[in-house]
Design a protein around this ligand. Structure first.
Ligand code: FCB
Length: 445
């Protein structure tokens, strides 16, 4: 198999506004649900908040220098809604938009294509005070925010993603409660999931109107699910994981609706769906962003008597987050998506590995496991491309170590190491290697 990637392949990294920007009060930025959540004792393991994170609001030139050192030609980042419209639905804050103007201009001057995500989780707190995404008023507010932002940047930014990982926005944040706003209610979580998909679909034509040559898509996270034994209980758990985690989001976006088995299983907790909603959600997209990290294994211990073990996790083969390293899962997910839905193009919008990185005596960070992780996933990407599945690029999570949500800065995913005391950043071994790959547009040693 060729180690060469197609001409024009996007090599980049991904970040999110709240995870890197810091400067949470600068230039009229409003409060977001993540500011409120992080300030609540016990929510972030390290007790940190979004300040300073990586101070990218002031240090974006250093970030771009890292990208240039890695020969990258694309950068996936997100815009902070509370910088643009501080209270979510009221006055537009030009100073917030000015920051993204400067960032976009600097990227373009460096030959780096901006791939912009409008919503990567930092909902203005005032909207949350009024019910957050469970309140349909947030849909309208999002569409206006999208309109205002694309009107300002759409002359230069042509790649627009409405939102990142609606599973996290809904289930992780409103049922499991691990992310902001930290609620634990299934009915609310499912209404949030529905409303945010409507917000996505309603924003798509508005983005196209403001930027007629835009490529518009959505980023979803996927996890293939496997039963540990061949017992019916384990197989059912795996099936339901696939339905609730994967199909629940891509199904409506691609016009297939919600998966029936999960809909029935959720009983009276299913969301209220207004006439026309499913058509709005199914607005045609130009690409699907796939975030892939790991697979999920399911086991009901009371059900396995005599059953055959199908997949046993190798405990040594996990990242510092305990996520199993399973590159085959990326192959499984993309081939399933390609067969099942009419998806024009794929972007690998996130993939990467947490590691307990330490600065060695020679001043460098040696992270061979991360190189191996990325290499194995890039091999899968090459295999998919050789099978004629259109994949336009690979965005490694992440450019640099950053504020990793509930883990604070304790969970490092960067290709660049960040010293959070001095804000000094430099490439790890993985970053140097990734730079050689991007420079060659080929999988090199
Ligand atoms: C994804 C998020 C991203 C980052 C990675 C590790 O779910 O989109 O912000 O936290 O996980």
């Amino acid at each position: 198999m060729s180690t060469q990637f197609p001409q024009g392949f996007y090599w980049g990294t991904a970040t999110a506004s709240f995870q890197i920007e810091g400067a949470t009060k600068a230039d009229g930025r409003g409060e977001s649900i993540w500011d409120r959540f992080a300030a609540t004792p016990g929510k972030i393991r390290t007790g940190e908040t979004g300040d300073p994170a990586c101070e990218s609001y002031h240090r974006y030139a250093e970030d771009i220098a890292l990208m240039q050192a890695m020969n990258l030609n694309a950068y996936r980042f997100s815009i902070a809604w509370p910088r643009v419209i501080p209270d979510g639905s009221g006055t537009v804050n030009d100073k917030g938009l000015d920051y993204y103007d400067r960032l976009v201009d600097a990227l373009l001057a460096a030959g780096i294509t901006p791939l912009v995500t409008l919503y990567h989780w930092d909902l203005p707190q005032r909207l949350q005070d009024e019910g957050g995404w469970a309140n349909r008023a947030s849909i309208e507010a999002f569409v206006r925010y999208a309109d205002v932002t694309v009107a300002r940047l759409g002359d230069r930014v042509k790649n627009w993603t409405t939102l990142n990982e609606p599973w996290c926005v809904s289930i992780l944040s409103n049922l499991i409660g691990e992310h902001a706003p930290g609620l634990s209610d299934l009915k609310t979580a499912l209404q949030v999931a529905h409303n945010i998909l409507v917000a996505h679909g309603a924003a798509v034509p508005v983005i196209r109107k403001r930027c007629p040559d835009a490529q518009v898509g959505i980023v979803l996270n996927f996890e293939p699910a496997f039963p540990v034994t061949d017992s019916e209980a384990d197989r059912r758990l795996a099936r339901m994981h696939h339905a609730t985690f994967n199909e629940w989001f891509i199904g409506p976006v691609m016009g297939h609706g919600y998966p029936q088995n999960a809909w029935l299983d959720y009983g009276e907790n299913v969301p209220e769906v207004l006439p026309g909603d499913m058509e709005i959600i199914a607005a045609p997209v130009d690409y699907l962003g796939v975030n892939y990290y790991t697979r999920h294994l399911w086991h009901d211990p009371s059900s396995s008597d005599g059953a055959r073990v199908l997949h046993q996790r190798d405990e040594g083969n996990v990242s510092a987050r305990g996520w199993e390293i399973y590159p085959q899962g990326l192959y499984d997910i993309i081939t399933w998506l390609h067969k099942t839905y009419d998806i024009p193009r794929f972007l690998i919008s996130e993939n990467g590995m947490a590691r307990d990185d330490q600065v060695a005596e020679d001043g460098a960070v040696h992270d061979p496991e991360r190189i191996s992780y990325i290499r194995q996933h890039l091999e899968v990407v090459l295999r998919l491309i050789s099978e004629h599945i259109p994949i336009t690029g690979y965005m490694c999570w992440s450019l640099m170590d950053n504020f990793e949500w509930a883990f604070g800065t304790s969970s490092r995913f960067g290709l660049a190491y960040v010293n959070f005391e001095t804000q000094e950043r430099f490439l790890k071994d993985s970053g140097r290697w990734y730079g050689r790959v991007a420079g060659a547009n080929a999988l090199v040693d």
